[in-house]
Ligand binder design. Structure first.
Ligand code: GDP
Ligand code: MG
Length: 602
């Protein structure tokens, strides 16, 4: 294609401001789909869970044709767990439509997204959406965009994605204001691997942005970071239906297939070049994504182990960033240790397993990756091991030092929630780095930066942040390396016996509070027995918290099991059924639900 006629853009918006609706409108207007094909809902978010959660997990790109221009609309995932994927998608574009709800105005996520877009040197076109609403205040929102974000909004497009108002103006603004890509068709091929996914018919499909050169069917290409070569067997684009093309040239976005079996063979950010005439250097900024949060996944019903393995394998076909290996636990039997990009990523996988594969699962406490420096004698080399399962913690006498991952977190929030946020960060061992204000008047937002141990964030930080700010804060982070921490393994003992599934690694300073919380919850969750049950949290041999479940009195049981015969039989049946889901610890039967509930709270 003629590079001067190409426009690559993404849409950024706070959740619910109309990003998907606008994308659908643009596809409809440019003839990609008929009105009838659109009616079953939003085209770009095609996974069921995505639609429900309103987040886009896997980026999708659609090519639109309008007035002789080729417009590539790139959808981006909106969550920090997928920060690197977002960054690669944005790097593939020259501009962005900034959609702001005319009745809501600029909100927390709008800002975080805009700053990312600015970082990629995007030309940003403001679109004030939902002007059909009675509460719409386009003028007020225009001012907000200028004051809070600092963008010139005098030429913001006024639109209603829902009623189809202003759609041509949006398309014209894309053509007029977003610059065409730069690139050299005649230079050696250099294309960025933006995303990849598994398609049951096509195999692994790779989304690429061609920087220089041309990609063609039959071409032998090299993935520069992975060091592999592949023969391209399809080149095309999505309109949004798949269409094969003779080639993709400099500036274009599209897909290729190359008989690749697993998504794991592809790496987002890799540079694809011609095997025979390679580019001298790969694109800058390649980053290997590594799981940062680990947890155990166990089937509630031990018979489901193989089914769980197969399901994990299938999910992994489409998601190279998540990893798993078998694990066994005395409490929970056989399961898998799984690695994720973050908590949301974990929840998505867990939910898909439950929903799409119909599995009943127990998830153990999420853990980050610790670096254990082991003691060694003078002549031995230093030994450092990476630990992602508290159960594998070496003997404390062998540990010289433990390092934990830290992040730098940036939070945008309306001023009124600042106090509780600072307290939350402080409670999580945060170190405040910066606090500034953006915008003025009623729309002023505070921007606060903290350094935090990732360990303190993976438990329930998002949830807490969301609840104390009623969803108005946005949160973004990146890892800043490992630091030494005073970390200990805390064990939970039921009737003097340690329960492996409940052990966790925690900071010495917060161990007591966590231990007490866990003991209190277990006290409520474990049914009373004929004897007293001590529940303890301990570090090494030292008990730091303790609760006791008192014994059942004989007459209570008698009463309980008395009464008419049917009721008694039912009770016994129920008990029998329950037996299978009980685990024995020091003669104490712990219902499986108790593990789940105890772990849920971190
Ligand atoms: P996203 O989260 O940014 O992708 O937002 P959606 O496109 O899913 O839209 C969120 C909600 O706003 C949906 O119920 C849409 O029907 C509605 N919506 C989107 N655009 C408009 C609009 O222009 N006017 C009105 N009244 N509603 C809209
Ligand atoms: Mg959406």
């Amino acid at each position: 294609a003629d590079i001067s006629k190409i426009r690559n853009f993404s849409i950024i918006a706070h959740i619910d401001h109309g990003k998907s609706t606008l994308a659908d409108r643009l596809i409809l207007r440019t003839g990609g789909l008929s009105e009838r094909e659109m009616t079953h809902g939003q085209v770009l978010d095609n996974m069921e869970i995505e639609q429900e959660r309103g987040i886009t997990i896997k980026a999708q790109t659609v090519r639109l044709e309008w007035n002789g221009y080729e417009l590539n609309l790139m959808d981006t995932p909106g969550h920090v767990d997928f920060a690197y994927e977002v960054s690669r998608s944005l790097a593939a574009c020259e501009g962005a439509l900034l959609v702001v709800d005319a009745a809501q105005g600029v909100e927390a996520q709008t800002l975080a997204n805009v700053y990312q877009s600015i970082e990629h040197d995007h030309e940003i076109v403001p679109v004030i959406n939902k002007i059909d609403l009675p509460a719409a205040d386009p003028e007020g929102v225009r001012q907000e965009i200028e004051e809070i974000i600092g963008l010139d909004a005098s030429e913001a497009v006024l639109a209603s994605a829902k009623s189809g108002i202003g759609i041509d103006e949006v398309l014209q603004a894309i053509v007029d204001r977003i610059p065409p890509p730069k690139g050299d068709r005649d230079a050696p091929l250099k294309a960025m691997l933006v995303d990849s996914w598994y398609d049951p018919y096509l195999g692994v499909v790779i989304l690429v942005r061609v920087i220089d050169g041309v990609l063609k069917k039959g071409q032998q290409v090299k993935f520069m970071q992975a060091g592999t070569t592949h023969l391209i067997d399809r080149v095309g684009c999505m309109r949004p239906k798949i269409e094969q093309l003779p080639e993709l040239s400099a500036g274009e976005i599209g897909f290729i297939t190359a008989q690749i079996k697993e998504v794991a063979e592809t790496r987002v950010g890799d540079t694809i070049t011609d095997a025979k005439r390679p580019a001298p250097a790969p694109l800058p900024g390649f980053k290997e994504v590594q799981p940062v949060v680990f947890c155990g996944l166990f089937p509630v019903d031990a018979a489901d182990f193989e089914k769980l393995r197969e399901s994990l394998y299938k999910l992994r076909l489409n998601d190279a960033s998540f990893s798993f290996e078998t694990e066994s636990s005395a409490a929970l039997g056989f399961g898998f240790r799984c690695g994720f990009l973050g908590l949301l990523h974990l929840e998505i996988i867990q939910e898909r397993l439950t929903r799409e594969y119909d599995l009943d699962l127990i998830t153990t406490a999420p853990s980050v990756v610790y670096r254990m420096h082991l003691t060694h004698s003078k002549n031995e080399p230093a030994q450092v091991i990476e630990l992602h399962n508290p159960a594998d913690m070496p003997d404390p006498n062998r540990i010289e030092m433990i390092e934990e991952p830290w992040i730098e977190a940036t939070i945008y929030t309306p001023d009124e929630y600042l106090g509780p946020i600072l307290k939350l960060c402080q409670d999580r061992r945060g170190i405040q780095k910066n606090l500034t204000y953006v915008g003025t008047g009623a729309h002023q937002r505070a921007q606060v930066t903290y350094e935090l141990p990732l360990n303190e964030v993976v438990f329930d930080f998002y949830d807490r942040l969301k609840s104390i700010t009623r969803g108005y804060a946005s949160f973004d982070y990146h890892q800043i390396g490992h630091r030494e921490g005073d970390l200990v393994k805390m064990s939970i003992l039921v009737n003097e016996e340690p329960v492996d599934a409940l052990s966790m690694i925690t900071h010495r300073g917060t161990a007591e509070a966590r231990g007490r919380g866990m003991c209190e919850r277990l006290k409520d969750l474990i049914p009373r027995h004929m004897f007293k049950i001590p529940i303890q949290a301990a570090i090494g041999g030292k008990v730091i918290a303790r609760e006791t479940i008192s014994a059942l009195r004989k007459d209570v049981t008698a009463k309980c099991y008395g009464g008419d015969a049917t009721r008694k039989r039912k009770l016994l049946e129920k008990q029998k059924k329950g037996k299978a889901r009980m685990r024995e610890y020091g003669n104490v039967s712990i219902p499986q639900e108790a593990f789940i509930a105890a772990l849920r709270m971190g």
